[in-house]
Ligand binder design. Sequence first.
Ligand SMILES: NC(=O)c1ccc[n+]([C@@H]2O[C@H](COP(=O)([O-])OP(=O)(O)OC[C@H]3O[C@@H](n4cnc5c(N)ncnc54)[C@H](OP(=O)(O)O)[C@@H]3O)[C@@H](O)[C@H]2O)c1
Length: 235
Amino acid sequence: MQQTVCITGASKGLGLELVKLFYAHRYRVFPLVRTNAAANDLLKEMPTCHPIVADVTEDTCTDILKAALYAHTNVLDILINNAGIPGVAYQIAQVTTQETSELFNVHSLGVIRTVQAALSFLERSSVPRIINISSRLASLSKTASGEFYEGGFSYSYRMAKAAQNMLTLCLDQELRSRGIHVSAVHPGKLNTKCASHDANMDPKEAAEKIFAWCQAAGLHNSGYYVEPGMGKLPW
Ligand SMILES: NC(=O)c1ccc[n+]([C@@H]2O[C@H](COP(=O)([O-])OP(=O)(O)OC[C@H]3O[C@@H](n4cnc5c(N)ncnc54)[C@H](OP(=O)(O)O)[C@@H]3O)[C@@H](O)[C@H]2O)c1
């Protein structure tokens, strides 16, 4: 049977490359984008994909996503929470609660909304999987060991991704016994709009590594925090 995947943040960058790759591998793809224009662009290139227009920072996203899936399928095999935005404040004096709230909303609350929408569909899959696109910058261990000491990384981004990592672990604890594989994936340092100053990888290459890892990973490595092709990261 044709496998199904829903990918958020599908208009550009890593999300778009993941959509193209899963589509090329004959998955039934549900890309989530924020605008009708982005949905139409996807349909021009991939006429049989099913774009969903929603914003993961809004509570309405849950019902929109649920209804859009329900219109086409009972089953979802993979949910990839990829939508994200960078932060701009690198020093405490510049941090604003507004930016921090926005980042938490996208990276952490957004994942709650999409998982709540997708859960009953995932439960009907024989190989269900939730992949949260995290970041190396989410790692408390790496941060504590001084790996990012040189700065140049935003407070809100690191805090929001760390919260998303905790959500990944909470989801794994609840859902693994129900057969749902949950993981946090650092995709690499990508040359995209979200790029850090030390970016060195094309998003297409990152998508290929994630796809290959996804095919190989089993329930025994649910609850992992990984960089596909490189190995595990410390939480
Ligand atoms: N770039 C890196 O080096 C790097 C490293 C580690 C992790 N990551 C993570 O990888 C993921 C993809 O990032 P990227 O580098 O591919 O960035 P990107 O090119 O800027 O793409 C981000 C995507 O997220 C979408 N998005 C943003 N806010 C959204 C919202 N509220 N609702 C729905 N969609 C939303 C954007 O849609 P619009 O077109 O509508 O803005 C866009 O499609 C992010 O979670 C990022 O944190 C990136």
